[in-house]
Design a binder for this molecule. Structure first.
Ligand code: NAP
Length: 270
């Protein structure tokens, strides 16, 4: 019997690449997104069912999960991919920006997972893949709120695996490094530094660092890692992907906090 995957944030980047890969491999795909009316490419694929889902809107989550189950019978794999980076000086973030970052990257992921879990529990099988980031393992300057959400996703996922394994459900974390998606484009929020000039020199260095970051164009690597996590049947929890991610996680493991901070300061000038 064909398996079914539900993916959030399938309108672009990793979510869209994963939707195409699962489709190519003969899966039923529930490709969810905030604005399905804008989608043209996925709509042409025979195994793909597009459904409206905003991770901050509980009703849209319930509707998308119900419609997907009605269409394909069940959900075998959930890919919690929707997310974005809210970056800049912590002090400059408005309450609304703080709330939105957590609503999408953490509480949204929790809400979608809660909506899918009853079905997985009933069928006593399932894989939940949470797209975190290398930023769920290490930190960069001026990214505190983004890291806070991704570190939370890491802890949440790592703990959930204990209670869900006996029920036949496995948990996975995919940790991409820097890739050229909409993440560094239209999806990114930068906090306004007006009136907070003290941060400006270091923030300028951060922006230079972002501009110079050699982000990979091969977003298929992340789709591959998501697909591997969905299908390898292993106990493996974390899937760092991309040269920078693998190297940074290794470096972090080998250094204590002080040495890592020195290295980051040396590399960023911050
Ligand atoms: P992307 O191209 O910007 O894709 C992000 C997706 O999330 C878009 O489909 C976007 O939908 C969706 N989204 C945002 N807010 C949403 C909401 N409230 N409800 C539902 N969907 C929402 O960037 P990406 O790189 O593929 O990002 C995917 C995931 O990878 C994110 O969790 C990100 O944190 C993580 N990540 C990215 C990188 C990187 O370098 N690219 C590195 C590490 C981790 P709209 O089209 O409607 O805006």
């Amino acid at each position: 019997m064909k398996k079914t995957v539900l993916i959030t944030g399938a309108s672009s980047g990793f979510g869209k690449a994963a939707a195409k890969l699962f489709d190519t491999n003969g899966w039923n795909v529930i490709a969810t997104m905030r604005s399905p009316e804008k989608e043209t490419e996925l709509a042409k694929l025979s195994n793909v069912f597009i459904s409206q889902l905003d991770v901050t809107d509980k009703l849209s989550i319930q509707n998308a999960v119900a419609a997907g189950i009605e269409k394909f019978g069940k959900i075998d794999v959930l890919v919690n991919n929707a997310g974005y980076g809210a970056l800049g000086a912590f002090e400059a973030a408005t309450e609304e920006q703080v709330k939105q970052q957590f609503d999408v990257n953490l509480f949204g992921l929790i809400a979608v997972t809660k909506a899918v879990l009853p079905g997985m529990r009933q069928q006593q099988s399932g894989v939940i893949i949470n797209v975190s980031s290398v930023g769920g393992r290490i930190t960069f300057p001026f990214s505190s709120l983004y890291h806070a959400t991704k570190f939370a996703v890491e802890g949440l996922t790592e703990s959930m695996q204990y209670e869900l394994k006996p029920l036949g459900i496995s948990l996975k974390i995919v940790e991409p490094g820097g890739y050229k998606t909409e993440f560094a484009g239209r999806s990114m929020t930068l906090f306004n530094l007006d009136g907070l000039d003290d941060y400006q020199p270091a923030f300028n260095k951060f922006i230079t660092m972002l501009d110079q970051w050699d982000m990979s164009e091969n977003i298929g690597e992340v789709a591959d890692a998501i697909y591997e996590a969905a299908t390898d049947g292993s106990e493996k929890l974390r899937y760092p992907v991309g040269h920078d991610a693998v190297q940074l996680v290794q470096t972090r493991r080998q250094m204590d906090d002080v040495d890592f901070k020195k290295m980051m300061t040396a590399q960023t000038g911050i």
